[in-house]
Ligand binder design. Structure first.
Ligand code: ZN
Length: 213
């Protein structure tokens, strides 16, 4: 079920108030809405006074019953209270994740629709970043993004981008599985807490001074 509510906004351009309908929850079964989440279009609002468009990131629950995942777009932690609600979903095999940005959410949808582990994807992105730097393809500060592209025929494609170019990496899933199998505890996540699994998370795993337990 898709749910909307009406909220008041102040336009950042003309400073006037207006009301807009935003979504609380989106069900992936509505493919048009799903596409609008991925493109970011769902978060675009238009000021009726000055007609300017702008983006607003608001809390959103996104559920995909076919691929069994639930995403929660929020900059705030879920807290302990939610555990009682999320336990049944975990038991049904749902992947639960919190996303801190729209870009994170869009990428997460693509990853989980492809049926691959997002933990594995973050590891792959991390490996590609390190390889990019180690092979002197560019400097760390020049990298603008490391993006998941797709997984096909058991091979994951990751792009490392700088301002002026991009580099594609193709990594066999088997290689990533072996890397994870060497240290399985490191990659364990507590699904019920709706964890954030992103580049900051994977980076924290490799920082010896700041153990994340
Ligand atoms: Zn305006």
């Amino acid at each position: 079920m898709n749910e909307t509510k009406t909220v008041k906004y102040t336009c950042p351009y003309c400073g006037r108030e207006f009301e807009a309908d935003i979504y609380d929850a989106v069900n992936a079964a509505d493919r048009e809405l799903r596409d609008r989440v991925v493109s970011g279009d769902l978060f675009r609002v238009s000021c009726p006074h000055c007609k300017k468009d702008f983006m607003i990131q608001y809390p959103l629950v996104y559920i995909d019953n076919e691929h069994r995942f639930l995403l929660w777009l929020s900059t705030r932690d879920a807290g302990e209270m939610l555990k009682s609600l999320t336990k049944p979903l975990t038991e049904q095999g749902y992947v639960l994740r919190r996303c801190e940005t729209l870009a994170e959410m869009a990428e997460k949808i693509q990853i989980l629709e492809d049926g691959v582990s997002d933990v594995m994807v973050e590891l792959a992105k991390y490996d590609c970043f390190i390889e990019f730097i180690d092979n002197k393809k560019g400097k760390a500060e020049d990298v603008t993004s490391v993006e998941y592209q797709k997984t096909e025929n058991e091979v994951m494609k990751i792009n490392v981008r700088t301002d002026d170019r991009g580099m594609a990496f193709l990594i066999p899933l088997q290689m990533l599985e072996e890397e994870m199998a060497q240290n399985p505890e490191r990659y364990e996540v507590d699904n019920e807490t709706i964890p954030v699994i992103n580049s900051a998370w994977i980076t924290s795993l490799f920082m010896p001074s700041e153990g994340t337990a």
